[in-house]
Design a protein around this ligand. Structure first.
Ligand SMILES: [Zn+2]
Length: 152
């Protein structure tokens, strides 16, 4: 089988097992689709995978992810694995799972919700269903089922 030639990284983060086609979305929510960043980002789209058939894979050099970023990845690509690389070795491996509580990473679709009226209130959701993915707004009880569209 042909292997994708992406050089292994010495330090940074590898996000593997992203469902095929979602890699660009991950890139976007992490803000890596801009010119100003000063490190190398490699995105493999439609890479062969024994487990998934096809997958996307993202390698980010010199950068660790914040907790909120890991949670956002879980919303886009549940089941993805996030490996922290140091000195060429995997220091930590995290499996992206849907956060039970999503604070400040998705926004409420209800325009009249207190979290959308300019009040100093942070968007706050509770996971109510994993399949399909559904979150309930803590303030107005509105159920959010189109998570991808409402990621902040
Ligand atoms: Zn709301």
């Amino acid at each position: 089988m042909r292997e994708l030639k992406i050089t292994p990284i010495v330090k940074g983060t590898v996000i593997d097992h992203i469902p095929a086609g979602m890699g660009l979305k991950v890139l976007k929510v992490l803000g890596l689709d801009v010119q100003e960043i000063k490190y190398t980002v490699s995105l493999g789209i439609h890479v062969r995978s024994n487990k998934l058939g096809w997958k996307d894979i993202l390698k980010i050099e010199e950068r660790e992810l914040k907790k909120s970023e890991v949670d956002k990845i879980a919303l886009i690509a549940p089941g993805a694995t996030i490996s922290i690389i140091e000195k060429g070795e995997v220091k930590e491996k995290i499996k992206a799972s849907l956060p039970k509580r999503a604070k400040g990473i998705i926004k409420c679709p209800n325009p009249n919700c207190i979290s959308n009226t300019g009040e100093p209130v942070e968007h706050d959701f509770v996971l109510v269903s994993e399949k399909p993915v559904k979150y309930r707004c803590k303030y107005c009880e509105r159920i959010l089922d189109d998570v991808l569209k409402n990621i902040i």
